[in-house]
Design a protein around this ligand. Structure first.
Ligand SMILES: [Zn+2]
Length: 483
């Protein structure tokens, strides 16, 4: 028996949550062909991995790398942390289908800095991913704000019946072409102007395809309870599975509220198809004029178009230098993004420890001073929260990053080390794995990641991308599950 390569003597953590076991993993072409004791196998390449863990490559269910697949095809901010598959198109923003580019909301510039990076159909976006092949696999949701820009003249209004029909037609077409669900973002304009009824209609269209409704909810602060109720209403009325993105309880006044929100999610999950993800950080990141500065202990400027030299500075210091208040400083920095310290560590830990929560980075790669989550999310969970804080076992943490998102979004053949499955793999050192990125120095590769493989080809090794780009556009190939 012969394989293209064999990873020898590793602790295999297979992604299901099962305890690790010692063994070998053999790969030929893009598939795992054998696991266990493969002493009698030969291979074109032997990879010694004693003392290391081999796990399925991580799946990041919530990123904003829609355009980065083309502008940063090595996707180093993902592969450096062991991520092999990303899900784009979140928070209501996708770069396909765009039928009226002149009408796009400015918020879309956060994910597509080049206005030419948008696509008239989802099929065109899918084809370009297949043609250009980034280093990682990518699946995509269709954003509600993007649909609105296509179908509506006045984005500040609720959609008319005719406009909503057109949005649903475009969504239906995109889902037929392979998009894996719809994302809404009623927290942001122009999605904010939508009624619950609009959200329900989009959910109905997604449900017809057996796909998910994924949402950056209308509120994650003072009205997070009402926002959760609205999301559950959408699920109930549309029959669509709903997924709460980057669940958090933002704002000093709302610290501790996860003691209420998690039991709400738990109760709804017993009745209907509900899921959630979260990031392992007490700071969030979004547009600087989101209003979040009013609830934050500290704000760092991530990016400012008129003042790029101020990226990384504290907003309060800049306001003082300019002899103005925070509002005045924000006005002068726009368009801009910020990093907001608005969560309590106890909420972050409680949400992450909840048995149904998967891990996401919510990353946006733009600017010179991004949130460290862009580069460091997954190693941070495996280092800080597994090894140091002991929030859950390493096997459980890996499950949250692999089989859970694969099963949730219907990405068949991914997220497990199993014979016949795709060879998306990461080899890491459980004793040293940690994020390299910090709030002060956010563009840094992780520690303890040895090698990363996508579809059987090595994309990252010992701190550097290899230059291989074996990533593919992924369709939903398995039913959506509650996980
Ligand atoms: Zn979001």
């Amino acid at each position: 028996m012969h394989a293209d390569f064999i990873i020898r003597g590793a602790d295999i953590i297979d992604g299901t949550g099962a305890p690790r076991r010692k063994g070998d993993v053999a790969v030929s072409d893009d598939r795992i062909v054998a696991t266990g004791d493969l002493t009698h196998w030969t291979a074109g390449r032997e990879i010694e991995a004693k003392g290391r863990v081999v796990a399925p490559g991580f799946i990041d269910p919530h990123v904003h790398h829609d355009a980065a697949l083309f502008t940063h095809p090595d996707m180093e901010f993902m592969t450096n942390q062991g991520v092999t598959t990303v899900i784009n198109g979140n928070c209501g923003f996708s770069i396909a289908p765009v039928t009226r580019p002149e009408n796009l909301p400015i918020q879309l510039r956060m994910i597509a800095s080049d206005p030419a990076l948008n696509f008239p159909t989802y099929a065109a976006y899918h084809k370009r991913i297949a043609d250009e092949a980034p280093a990682v696999n990518a699946a995509c949701l269709i954003g509600q704000s993007t649909l609105r820009a296509n179908a509506m003249d006045d984005l500040e209004q609720a959609a008319t019946a005719a406009e909503l029909t057109e949005m649903c037609r475009l969504l239906d077409e995109s889902l037929t072409e392979g998009a894996i669900g719809v994302s809404t973002g009623p927290f942001y304009p122009p999605s904010r102007a939508s009624t619950t009824e609009e959200l329900i209609e989009l959910g109905r269209t997604a449900h017809k395809h057996g796909k998910l409704y994924v949402t950056h909810m209308r509120d994650e602060g003072d009205r997070v309870i009402e926002a959760l109720e609205e999301t559950f209403t959408v699920g109930r009325e549309s029959c669509c599975g709903v997924h709460v993105s980057h669940h958090k309880c933002a704002g000093l006044a709302n610290h501790g509220l996860s003691e209420t929100t998690l039991p709400m999610i738990d109760a709804e999950m017993k009745l209907r198809n509900v899921g959630l993800d979260t990031t392992p950080w007490v700071a969030s990141s979004t547009i600087l004029n989101s209003g979040r500065h009013r609830q934050a202990e500290r704000v760092i400027i991530a990016e400012s178009a008129p003042h790029p030299e101020l990226a990384g500075r504290d907003l309060a210091d800049v306001a003082r230098d300019w002899n103005t208040d925070l509002e005045g400083a924000i006005e002068r920095l726009l368009p801009a993004t910020g990093i907001f310290f608005i969560m309590a560590e106890e909420d972050v830990q409680r949400i992450m420890a909840y048995e149904h929560t998967m891990i996401c980075s919510d990353g946006m790669p733009s600017g010179s001073h991004p949130h460290p989550r862009v580069w460091g999310t997954f190693p941070r969970v495996l280092g800080r929260y597994v090894r140091d804080v002991n929030l859950f076992t390493l096997e459980e943490a890996v499950r949250r990053m692999t089989s859970m998102p694969a099963d949730r979004f219907g990405l068949g053949g991914r997220g497990r080390i199993a014979v016949g499955g795709f060879a998306d793999l990461v080899i890491f050192d459980p004793a040293t794995i940690a994020e390299g990125a910090t709030f002060e120095n956010p563009i840094q590769p992780a520690h303890g990641i040895d090698r990363v493989f996508v579809n059987g080809r090595e994309v990252f090794a010992f701190g550097k991308p290899t230059g291989n780009r074996p990533g593919r556009p992924l369709n939903q190939t398995a039913p959506v599950q509650v996980v």
